[in-house]
Design a protein around this ligand. Structure first.
Ligand code: SF4
Length: 283
């Protein structure tokens, strides 16, 4: 059996920073809350909660003045406002790439743009980013939503349209939607930005190449992780067999039918999960 591991497998810079800082906060305080899951990986969350991290879904669950971590995906504008009122000790671990998009959105609102956010509607990063986009905005997840988008833009009476994106959307989906936007809104002033982060770009590119070179490819990552799901989709398109697993325990003996195997970990997958899969294959 030949095994090839994607060199971009494992934590991206933003996730590494979040996990290290969360661990440091836990060492220095008795009670540390995290607003939402720090990253989309069950094993990482279990390890942090075992060290005392309390994950809350409602910011009001944190006592006034307590320490609260904001996750890598970022949070909504109103959460910053509530945190200030409650005098919370915020450890803002929002990835700098996401913070940059929030700043850009604020500027676009000031400049009178209608903002199209190309993103997954229900993803926490999207919920955070859209809250900085003012009243004239729309989350565009797929081409079926174009008619609704056209109506919303007409109603807004805006003459300028800006496009920003979620950091982890698929490059192919972005290209498809940008082509449609350029065609549909050619009479508007268009300001298009691609905010897919380098970690996502490089990983998706590597996944495409890797999955063409092997007989089966294993993607390791949280089932609720957006970037992991995109890697899996790329694997399915480019390889005859693609497995999506959270941990080595999900791997079945089916895998031993294949000679050349590729392994790719998502951006919130610890390197240890990749190593465990390799050990199992090498047994
Ligand atoms: S995937 Fe990109 S934007 Fe998201 S945390 Fe990692 S580096 Fe930051």
């Amino acid at each position: 059996m030949q095994i090839k591991v994607g060199k971009y497998s494992g934590f991206c810079g933003g996730v590494k920073r979040s996990v290290l800082n969360a661990e440091e906060s836990l060492n220095n305080s008795d009670v540390v809350y995290c607003y939402g899951e720090l990253v989309h990986n069950k094993q990482v969350i279990n390890s942090l909660t075992a060290k005392g991290l309390k994950v809350i879904e409602d910011i009001n669950e944190a006592e006034d003045g307590s320490k609260v971590i904001f996750r890598a995906h970022g949070v909504e504008k109103k959460i910053y406002e509530i945190a200030e009122k409650k005098n919370l000790n915020i450890v803002d671990l929002t990835c700098p790439n996401v913070l940059k998009i929030h700043e850009k959105a604020k500027k676009l609102v000031e400049d009178g743009y209608f903002i199209i956010l190309i993103a997954q509607v229900s993803h926490p990063e999207t919920i955070g980013t859209i809250s900085f986009c003012g009243d004239n905005c729309f989350i565009l997840e797929n081409s079926d939503m174009i008619l609704d988008l056209e109506n919303k833009i007409k109603e807004s009476k805006c003459k300028r349209i800006a496009v920003i994106t979620q950091t982890t959307i698929s490059v192919d989906r972005y290209n498809e939607l940008i082509d449609i936007i350029k065609e549909k809104f050619s009479l508007y002033e268009l300001n298009i930005d691609n905010n897919i982060c380098d970690a996502t770009n490089l990983r998706q590119q590597e996944m495409k190449e890797l999955s063409k070179e092997v007989d089966a490819v294993i993607v390791i990552g949280g089932k609720n992780s957006s970037n992991t799901k995109k890697l899996y989709d790329i694997g399915v398109r480019n390889c005859s067999k693609c497995f999506l697993i959270e941990t080595v325990d999900d791997l079945t003996d089916d895998i031993f039918k294949y000679e050349r195997i590729g392994i790719m970990g998502g951006a919130s997958t610890p390197r240890s999960s990749v190593d465990e899969v390799m050990s199992r294959l090498n047994k």
